[in-house]
Write a protein that binds this ligand. Structure first.
Ligand code: ADP
Length: 249
């Protein structure tokens, strides 16, 4: 959501943003895999003040049946913002925005999941936004791909996502709520790190071509950092699981 103009200073004379970051700093990333017992796979992600849970079920029989694809599994994604996730209570239930985010998230994930291994099946991905501060679609996708890996679903790679944009005339990495609201542009991006593919790219607002290139390289750089954190979370999860199995033996 970009509204454009404000008297608010988003970047001060020294180049410091309202949350103390420089232009090329992302917020703190936190990733944990396997946080829920009853889902096949799960993950919890924080990007700054964004707090997101993802849960995965499947591959399992696809309902409704008319959605089945005889050649591959389909990915059904539900992005949901909790009523308490924003400062003024969000009206519960799906709206145009959450339907759009669910769709683009599923499409990004279809690029990495080996869906052809499971004809007629469905892989169901639930993304719950517990706390929102701009960047929830990126945090949601980041969490969803870790949850899919945690569910043991065969994948080519996991998908980190981060945004960059422009506020107060400066290109900034990973916009926070105020920068997203009053800034000039926001560009969320998701990549497949091992192949350098872009699987999600959106832009809100306006930038010059040069600024756009700079925003993309900043966001891709942050995606690579986030990728390492995603992999660490899965390694930690795997070693805990291994210990549990050994204790049972
Ligand atoms: P993203 O969260 O992916 O950046 P948007 O740019 O659409 O997606 O939203 C930016 C931020 O605006 C959200 O992270 C959230 O903090 C806030 N927001 C979005 N939708 C609502 C809503 N319905 N009510 C209140 N705040 C919202």
């Amino acid at each position: 959501m970009m509204s454009g103009h404000t008297d608010m200073v988003l970047v001060d004379k020294k180049g410091i943003r309202i949350d103390g970051r420089t232009a090329d700093q992302h917020r703190q990333f936190k990733v944990e895999a396997g946080v829920l017992n009853n889902a096949d796979g799960s993950a919890y992600v924080e990007i700054g003040k964004n707090k997101v849970l993802a849960a995965v079920y499947g591959p399992r029989e696809c309902h409704p049946r008319h959605l089945q694809n005889p050649n591959k599994a389909i990915i059904q994604c539900k992005y949901n913002m909790q009523a308490f996730s924003v400062s003024d209570r969000k009206r519960p239930g799906p709206d145009r925005r959450s339907i759009e985010i669910s769709k683009i998230t599923a499409e990004a994930l279809e690029n990495v999941v080996l869906t052809e291994l499971y004809p007629r099946a469905s892989i169901d991905v639930y993304i719950e936004i517990l706390q929102a501060n701009a960047g929830t679609r990126c945090a949601g996708l980041t969490a969803a791909s870790v949850a899919l890996a945690d569910a043991g679903i065969p994948m080519r790679d996991i998908v980190p996502a981060c945004a960059a944009g422009k506020a107060d005339g400066k290109v900034l990495l990973d916009l926070n709520k105020e920068e997203d609201n009053y800034g000039e542009a926001d560009v969320p991006i998701a990549i497949v790190p091992s192949t350098d593919e872009i699987v999600l790219l959106q832009m809100d607002g306006n930038m010059t071509r040069k600024e756009f290139d700079k925003a993309i390289s900043m966001a891709v750089g942050a995606c690579h950092e986030l990728y390492d954190i995603q992999k660490d979370a899965l390694k930690r999860r795997y070693s805990t699981k291994k210990e549990e199995v050994e204790e049972d033996e």
